[in-house]
Structures are given as C-alpha cells and as structure tokens.
Design a binder for this molecule. Structure first.
Ligand code: NIG
Ligand code: FE
Length: 462
C-alpha cells in the first residue's frame, strides 16, 4: 500500500506553487479567485465520492455514488485528466488532504438570486403566528398547513411584493454589490454551478431588468450560472391574473428570448399565485421560444402541478410538499422531469415534508437545492441543504450527493459536463473535511468545504 505519510511529507502544494492569490481590495469586488497557471492541479484525499460519470440522471433505484479510499484527481487547462487511485497518478505531486473527501462541486439548481435585501421581520412575524400566505397578501388559502390562521386579506405589503419593491428601489450597482458577496459565500460552501432567477420584477420591464442583472452577475461569478425567467411568480398589483399571463406570453417571454437573457421559464403554481392552466399556457409560449419549462409545484397546497409539469415535459417540479399520490406516480414515470427538493424552505416555513422515500420508490429522479431567497429560505449553503434533506426528508448521504450534483446538473441543462468527476469533464470539485461524505449531513451548521474549484480554478475554501 502506498505510504500516505511519504506523499504528505513531500507534498508541495501544486496549487500553492502555481497560484497567486488575487483578492480584490475594492469592497464591491468581493470575488476571491486564486488564479493558477492554465488551471492545472492535482489533489489527493483519504476518500473520493462521485456519481458514475456514465450513467447520467440517477433515478430512485440508483446506482448511487460510490466512495473509494486514497484517490486523486488531476486536471490541465481546467479539464480533468485523471480520477483514480492516488498511487496511480504519475508525473505530478498531488496536494494531499488527509482525512478529507473529494466530491464533485455542488450544483444549486434552485435559487432566487438576484434579490436586494432581507425580510427578517417577516420571519419573526411568522414565528408569532402570521402565515406566509398572509404576509404575501393572499389570505389563509384553503389547503396549506404552514402555521395558518384565518384572517382578513391584508394589502400586498410583504412577501414577493416587498422583494419586488426592494429590487425596484435599488440601483443596478447596489443589487450587484449585494449579490456578489452572497455568490462568493456560495463558492465558500462548495457551490460550483447555480441557478439565478427573476420573479421579483412583476412587470415586463422590471423582469427584463432582473434578467439582465442575472446575466451580469453570472458573467462576474466564479461559478457557472443558468438564468431562469420566473415569469409568473405573483400577479402584479392591480392586474388580473389572466391579463398578466397573456402579457408574459405575448411580450415578456419573446423579449427575454430575443435578448438571450434566460435559459428556462418557471411558473409558481399555487392558490395565491398561478393555476395549472396558466402553467400550460406559459409552457406553450416557452416552447415556442425554445426554452425549457420549470415549475414551483405543490408547495403550500396540492394543486396537481407536479402531474401537470410531468405532462408538459418540464425539466423540474420543485418543492412538492403537498404532492399527491398521482403526482408521485407521475414523477416516478417521468422521462424528463426531476423532483427538486427544497428542504431548507420546508424547515424554515414549518411545512410538512414530502414523502421522499415514496418518490424514490416510484422511480423519481430527485435533486436538492437551497431555494435561496429572502422569504422562504435565506439559506445559501448546499451542505446545509444536504444535511436538512437527510435529517428531515430521510435521504441517505450518497443519495443526497447524487441529488446535489449530477441530478441538479441535469435540471440546469449542464449535464453531462458538470456534476460528476471524470476525465474530459470540467474540474468542478470540492474538498470536504471528514473522511467520508456522510460527515456532511452528520454535521449541520458546519461548513465542511476546504477547497472549491471551478474549471480547475480555486474559487473558495480555507
Ligand atoms: O420558492 N414560493 C414561491 N417562491 C419562493 C419564495 C419567494 C419569496 O417569498 O420571496 C419559494 O419559496
Ligand atoms: Fe423557489
């Protein structure tokens, strides 16, 4: 057996030797990127866990990622050249991470960045009994279970409408400055690819502005980003739902597609938002524009949105707290629709978890994401989302790893390149403290990320 101490003792950090730390001093330029020559590197660790690179989307029956001991990864020009036993790596000295685990970088396939400001007072109000629906201005609704109380319908002061007002009040520079540090914090937590989303615009011009800001942020971010037009998130004040859906189809989606601002279209199907029929209408327009569909489905109550998303061949049905038995069966048979689990929003809202074991047993492909937003999930850490998925939803650690990497990459249209470790693929990877992946869900609240690499460049870690 190879002597790990020998390797460790003569280990000169390749990345350290080849890298110059570039930390911008200007306070608004917060991205921390260590530039290495031609993004070349080699690392080795006690353990390596990755989904199979040959399998693609992993459904309920697996195969789940495997974990091997004493493994190395090497890359040139940002592309992986070697994954295998550390003692099989020749001609290069790997940087050795004793007691650590190498894994593919996390893909956060559902976030609501860019936004501009927090809503911590709403969080506090919810803890005193006000429901998410009420804060949104939608009343208690009929089928939700999130600490509901039946009250008179208040004006649309909080929730999505409030985030829309905060976004409108902020300048482009202010929005980008706010988001930049958050995106860097995501890199520190191992996120190597992520979704950016609109939905806080609530008018054609404001949605297009948010999409342009998302594109600007994605150009600056160290990670790979995919932009989604959440065209139907809340009905703009003073407008009929049907009128907004028509404007979305006739004006917003064509304009966003013409300017190449977005990579997918999303609809929030809920009794306080849009209907399954609206989803079908938007799906037609998205398809005409060549854009894949996604859907916020069955979050606060059951609406049949998951079944509809599958029937419309959506890339994903997200949330699923109240998914019905038919919805579970539909996702189990779905050729293309991934069940995106957002466990930190479930925890944060005090909602009931979906029956994730039933989804897996039905054959569904599941992904995990943070749902990072100021209302239902102010959590940007994928390790935290993974830990919550395991403890609250009963996912096993290596199921959660597949859900947070390769399956999430499929949702963003980034597969097969991103989400697994394999020669020929981009070197998007993390080094995690702990000698097995199970340490990630075992220690909620702890950031296990020691290094984050995107295309072979070090973008985060300690
Ligand atoms: O995914 N529920 C719909 N949209 C978001 C929350 C948006 C907000 O409250 O700002 C979600 O949970
Ligand atoms: Fe969401």
């Amino acid at each position: 057996m190879r002597s790990t101490s020998r390797i460790r003792n003569r280990s000169v950090s390749l990345m350290a030797a080849q890298s110059t730390e570039a930390v911008a001093s200007h306070p608004s330029l917060l991205f921390h990127v260590a530039v290495s020559d031609h993004a070349r590197g080699a690392i080795a660790a006690t353990s390596l866990a990755t989904p199979s690179p040959d399998h693609g989307l992993i459904r309920g029956g697996g195969p789940w990622p495997e974990e091997s001991k004493e493994q190395a990864v090497a890359w040139e020009d940002g592309v992986i050249t070697y994954v295998g036993p550390a003692d099989g790596l020749h001609g290069v000295e790997p940087e050795w991470f004793e007691g650590c685990t190498i894994a593919p970088g996390f893909v956060d396939c559902h976030t609501h960045l860019p936004f501009a400001g927090w809503r911590a007072d709403e969080f506090e109000a919810r803890l005193s009994g006000v429901s998410y629906r009420e804060l949104h201005g939608g009343g208690a609704g009929s089928s939700g279970s999130e600490r509901e109380g039946v009250r008179a319908r208040p004006p649309k002061e909080g929730g999505i409408y409030r985030s829309a007002r905060m976004l409108a009040a902020a300048s482009d520079d202010e929005v980008l400055a706010f988001c930049r540090s958050l995106v860097q914090e995501m890199a520190e937590h191992g996120t190597t690819a992520l979704e950016l989303k609109t939905g806080y615009g609530l008018s054609v011009e404001a949605e297009l502005r948010q999409a342009r800001l998302a594109r600007r942020l994605s150009k600056e971010a160290p990670q790979t980003c995919s932009v989604t037009l959440l065209a139907c998130h809340a009905v703009p004040e003073g407008m009929d739902r049907a009128d907004w859906v028509r404007i979305v189809c006739d004006e917003l989606i064509p304009a966003a597609a013409r300017e190449r601002l977005v990579d997918a279209v999303d609809v929030y199907v809920e009794d306080i938002a849009f209907s399954v029929d609206d989803l079908a209408e938007v799906a037609r327009c998205a398809s005409d524009a060549g854009l894949p569909l996604r859907c916020h489905a069955d979050q606060l109550g059951a609406s049949g949105a998951a079944e509809a998303a599958v029937a419309l061949a959506a890339r994903s049905a997200d949330h699923l707290n109240h998914v019905s038995a038919t919805g579970i069966a539909a996702l189990g048979d779905a050729p293309a629709t991934v069940a995106v689990l957002l466990p930190t929003s479930t925890l944060f809202l005090g909602a009931s978890p979906p029956d994730v074991r039933a989804l897996l047993d039905a054959g569904a492909a599941v992904a995990i994401a943070t749902d990072f937003n100021p209302g239902t999930s102010p959590v940007l850490s994928m390790p935290e989302a993974i830990a919550t998925a395991c403890s609250l939803y009963g996912l096993r650690p290596l199921e959660a790893l597949a859900a947070a990497t390769v399956n999430a990459s499929v949702v963003l249209g980034l597969a097969p390149e991103r989400g697994t470790l394999s020669p020929g693929r981009p070197a998007d990877l993390v080094v995690l403290d702990g000698d097995a992946f199970r340490l990630v869900p075992y220690r909620p609240g702890h950031n296990p990320v020691v290094r984050t690499f995107v295309d072979g460049e070090r973008v985060g870690g300690r």
